[in-house]
Design a protein around this ligand. Structure first.
Ligand SMILES: *Cc1c(COP(=O)(O)O)cnc(C)c1O
Length: 427
């Protein structure tokens, strides 16, 4: 029997310090029940908790750790950089290096600005879109999460859907009045919004691979339609690639689908496990950003040298030959193995490259948030705890996706498949 006494002790203390005992809501295990597992150490695909239990990790810090935990290259870059100081509030060579890595391989981007989180990247990108187009309205999709930006906390997935809220208190109606929200994969709804708000929409923002409300895969055709309608209306197309960027390919979803967005936001993987976000666009659009232009945006720790060096070390490894095809092959192997032990077809597995989602559904595909049955989350809850007992750690919500990293070995994958088999026999 696995013990969690130390985690329980730490949680009862953390509850006296933090709302819900945590510093980001989904970590609190509210939707799966039980006590959050306090982690102590990670190496490769493995995590060790405060009680010494070992897990194969598919949360990957919610996406950033594409090389797994404590990657040697990332650690050595970080420790070398930090010997020279941790922050200067002045430019460093490292910012150039990370920017060059990103821009060279994402040719539709000409300039980029580093910030410290995905939320900050999206917030700044929206301001840029509005400043550049001199329009106020933005169009987003139900079930797409873009960080906790006030005006985007409308039907936003992630922690909001996990806790059954469609929006957040503390966001005045007037802030979201400029946000138009429509269903994913619904061309008519998008067309109608463009008719209703002619010449008013600054940008359409979408996760091209929506992965914060389950994995709500969109066809390339829908994304192409968005590209066309945006161009026809002088509206900017903003791809929020905070998850998909450098995850599905080195050129993100834009590269995977060969669709050029006008503005892109990044986060997660580009920081190598440190807090980094970024937004980028053409020279012309980026010329609106201060100090060149009049869209203000700044950050005390933006382009932090330690974080930049982690990002450089991580992205450099992602550029190795066959990196993404190996990652995909591992994910395919894992999911094929799980399907074999899922003999009663209790759930479906949806996948895009190394991202996967376990959905308790009869449907063959799920393309928008309304198709998810909230009641089915009770089965995920059971599966989640059975898998914990077997030493497999998933993100603690049925609305969250899993990530395979380059550090997962085929032995890890075999053990995971076995663990699913055992867990399922109890379901
Ligand atoms: C995680 C995420 C964000 C927010 O990034 P933070 O670093 O958590 O602020 C924004 N957009 C998408 C698509 C994300 O997955």
């Amino acid at each position: 029997m696995t013990k969690h006494t130390e985690s329980e002790k730490l949680f009862s203390e953390s509850k006296s310090y933090f709302p819900g005992g945590v510093n980001s809501p989904v970590r609190a295990f509210k939707s799966v029940g039980g006590t959050p597992i306090f982690m102590e150490r990670g190496k490769g695909a493995h995590l060790w908790d405060a009680d010494g239990n070992k897990y194969i990790d598919y949360c990957g810090s919610w996406g950033p750790l594409i090389l797994g935990h404590a990657n040697d290259g990332v650690l050595s870059a970080v420790s070398k950089t930090m010997q020279n100081g941790t922050s200067f509030g002045a430019p460093t060579k490292l910012e150039n290096e990370l920017a060059k890595l990103i821009l060279t391989f994402n040719s539709y981007l000409e300039k980029i600005r580093f910030v410290s989180s995905g939320t900050e990247a999206v917030m700044s990108a929206i301001r840029l879109a509005r400043g550049y187009t001199k329009r106020n309205k933005i169009l987003k999709f139900e079930g797409c999460y873009h960080g906790h930006v006030d005006s985007l906390l409308v039907k936003a997935g992630s922690g909001l859907v996990t806790f059954g809220n469609s929006s957040s208190a503390g966001v005045p109606d007037s802030f979201v009045n400029e946000t138009i929200t429509v269903q994913l994969n619904n061309k008519d709804a998008v067309k109608k919004a463009f008719e209703d708000f002619k010449n008013e929409i600054a940008c359409v923002i979408i996760e091209p691979i929506p992965a914060n409300n389950g994995l709500l895969l969109q066809g390339k055709e829908f994304l192409l339609f968005l590209r066309e309608i945006c161009t026809a209306n002088n509206t900017l197309l903003l791809f929020d690639e905070v998850i998909s960027g450098f995850r599905v390919s080195f050129c993100g979803a834009a590269g995977l689908y060969s669709i050029k967005p006008d503005i892109v936001t990044y986060g997660k993987i580009i920081g190598g496990g440190f807090p980094v976000g970024a937004y980028g666009a053409s020279k012309e659009i980026m010329a609106s950003v201060s100090p060149d232009g009049n869209v203000y945006q700044a950050g005390t720790l933006s382009g932090n040298p330690v974080a930049m060096s982690a990002g450089i070390a991580q992205l450099t490894q992602c550029l190795e030959p066959n990196f993404y095809s190996n990652l995909k092959a591992k994910t395919n192997y894992l999911l094929e193995g799980i399907r074999k032990v899922n003999t009663f077809n209790l759930f479906k597995l949806f996948q895009q490259e190394s991202i996967f989602w376990i959905a308790f559904t009869e449907k063959e595909s799920i393309n928008n948030a309304d198709e998810i049955n909230a009641d089915s989350m009770k089965y995920f809850k059971i599966l989640f705890h059975e898998l914990l007992k077997e030493g497999v750690y998933l993100g603690p919500s049925g609305y969250e996706v899993g990530f395979v990293s380059a550090a997962h070995t085929y032995d890890d994958l075999d053990k995971t498949i076995k663990a699913f088999g055992k867990a399922l026999s109890k379901l």
